[in-house]
Design a protein around this ligand. Sequence first.
Ligand code: AMP
Length: 453
Amino acid sequence: MIKKKEFKKPVKKDAEVVVKKAPPSIAPVRGMRDILPAENPWWDMVRAKCREIAVAYGFEHIDTPVLEETALFVRGVGKYTDIVEKELYSFETLGGSKLTLRPEGTAGVMRAYISNGMVNLPQPVKLWYEGAMFRHDRPQHGRYRQFYQFGCEVIGEDDAVTDAQLILISHIILKELGIKATININSIGTPEVRTNYRNALISFFRGYRAKLSEEDKKRLLRNPMRLLDSKDPAMLEIRAEAPQIVDWLDETSKMHFMRVLEYLDESNVPYQLDPYLVRGLDYYTGTVFEIFPEQEPVAPGMPEEAGPIALGGGGRYDGLAEILGGRPTPAVGFSLGLDRVVSHLKTLGVRPEKFPREVFVAQLGEQGRKKALAIFEELRKAGVSAGEAFSKDSIRVQMDVANRLGAKFAIVIGQKEVLDGTALIRDMDSGTQEIVDASKIVQEIKKKLEHQV
Ligand code: AMP
């Protein structure tokens, strides 16, 4: 055996000493991860369902850049939000541009609506997006620094039916994937309502200043509504006595909210009113909601008090277009956290369908391999899903792969079959084999597959 020390011995090369050292391995960035082929069938299933429902409801696909001007998020999401204060991945380019990796999708979609003059299209404009988002948050269960969202936005419409329909869509997507979801909902009214409510909150929480953490004292000054989001048990107790925004709503906001709830009742979407739901982002107006699994199973190794985690959220953001330099434009949207949806489906034991390989194309010898390549493509064009292991020589190894893929038949082409213009069809269950004319192989296989069902 070679001892480590001997192995690492410097190799003398002329007068120079060369030390061979393996370069250190590189891990993914903290809070970010690889989504491997073993997990991707769940992701594909979730993405396909999101697209299917969005398209059925008349949404069109939009992709916006992952990088935007930092100002978009500072103005759009809000200066005094957790996202902007603590979680942005921002940097300055060599050319001096201040850029940020998008922490969410809505601000970019609204920016695209304005920059591309979509205001001139028939309104409302209904868009869906899907992609990676980045937040420099503390990584924990269900919280990553790179995560994925699917979202739908309806821009240019203020009717309450739109708010309800978006909630319904998020609910349907989850339901058809196998997740029973419930909605927490609230209305945070107009900016004027919020100014009055903020003042009421400040007076209320001032009475409890001594009990507030330093962080919460800062929040009280800058963005008192964020105190309602707090998970701190002491704060939860104080919060129970705090004024509730519903009592401050103006008549129009109240009527709008009532209509949203009526539509939800009509659509049988389960919801509960949550007076403390204000959402962390500044751009919301009126309806705000979050989507939770009906019974959140506690993930293995997680303490029960970890609590349910939201699968998605959204709301109305009538003020955003103007903040970003556009005309006043009502809008509403939601996003689903795909990492959490996938993880929840796995906890529930939902399994994605496997792509079945009905046939396996096996070959022997160089001529056989060449013919097999052509037959594989003929099968694919004819809509027969086939498997192969063209780089393998051994027929036994190829049959092992065929079994692993669950193929019902194998087509075997060797030197002899190439010369005769034939192919062998092997029934993988019974082991019986049949010689067929190579030019009719696709028809023969299709016939056999039809007889199977
Ligand atoms: P938000 O608009 O911040 O509520 O985000 C919408 C949804 O995205 C949340 O309900 C989560 O499902 C998901 N989400 C937000 N932040 C993260 C994160 N750091 N990691 C994983 N999923 C997230």
